[in-house]
Write a protein that binds this ligand. Sequence first.
Ligand code: NAD
Ligand code: DAU
Length: 348
Amino acid sequence: MTVLITGGAGFIGSHVIRLFVEKYLDYEIINLDNLTYAGNLENLRDIEARPNYTFIKGDVNDALFIDKLFQRYKFDGVIHLAAESHVDRSIKDPLAFVKTNVIGTINLLNACKNSWNDDFENKRFYHISTDEVYGTLGQTGLFSETTPYDPNSPYSASKASSDHFVRAYGETYNLPYVITNCSNNYGENQFPEKLIPLFINNIIHNKPLPVYGDGNYTRDWLYVQDHAVAIDLVYHKGVNAETYNIGGFNEWKNIDLVKLLCKQMDTKLFRKEGSSEDLITYVKDRPGHDLRYAIDASKIKDKLGWEPSVTFEEGLEKTIEWYLDNKVWLNNVTSGQYQSYYENHYNN
Ligand code: NAD
Ligand code: DAU
């Protein structure tokens, strides 16, 4: 079995790569990643020398390159995670999201279609998507697999579009596919532009914690290694042409989450209780900010037997410990270009 995993140097992708490389010794795992600001080979140092693992630097937007890659390797399956993934960046530069998330996905779909040439036995295209495609919930209700798509940000619009293309290739060309729509991930190796690692880094450096709007926005949080386990399960056991929602059964208002994070950070850093909370600063809201996401993950639980393995408090503690133990990683990714992104985004 030769499996192409795209975006494997990123946050979720690196956890998926590690799980597959360690668990499936007889698979050949190819990691295709363009190493954008979010891609980091340091995430995979511990497994890079394994005989069943190969890294290839390349761009999913380059159709010719992708076709050649599919001629060189006869892939049995693709797990597609490569994407532009940050909502705030999508508001500044929507086209970058259309290119990678839509066109890049279509390039991979075309390569699968051409390379598999109607012989779809034991073949699978697995598209990793997001709960943001469903838009926003009010104070009640949950997203299910049949919730209509209603994306609100350029990021979620690009992910919704790519989901539609995957389904269309299934309907039109019989391409075997599965899609999962997952809630907010947190954990080791997440780039510190997203809420949790950004705030951990700011607390370490005693910098303000920029809470958007009134902080009453709600997200459903899932530990990244539990997401990787779900991806393994869906890749191997998911039913063709189906979608599965993945979530943590774990809703938090941003402000409550930030207060819990502050409390845990004070303990870990031996700081006076309440000192991190003093850093909370309410800032201008994100345009088009979705009020609430919450996932009904009962389908994947009932059909495939998946459930999150850690509580949020445990997962958050592990995450904080990882960042405190990996200050070199954190310093490396927050030097250089990161500084100008941060200044530009938070000071305007
Ligand atoms: P990330 O930004 O950490 O990593 C994305 C990876 O894709 C990086 O390694 C980057 O170098 C690579 N990449 C970007 N553009 C590329 C291109 N043109 N060609 C090749 N590689 C390219 O993202 P993440 O948070 O790990 O998310 C991975 C996937 O999961 C995305 O598709 C995202 O939409 C989805 N997702 C993320 C979350 C979350 O909470 N982070 C939740 C649900 C779904
Ligand atoms: O729901 C799944 C999605 O979760 C994924 O598809 C995306 O790739 C991922 O980035 C994430 O999107 P969010 O926009 O929810 O994540 P983010 O960490 O950017 O923000 C989480 C919440 O915290 C959101 O309500 C905005 C708020 N926030 C975020 C930042 C970066 C702040 O209040 N301040 C901040 O500085």
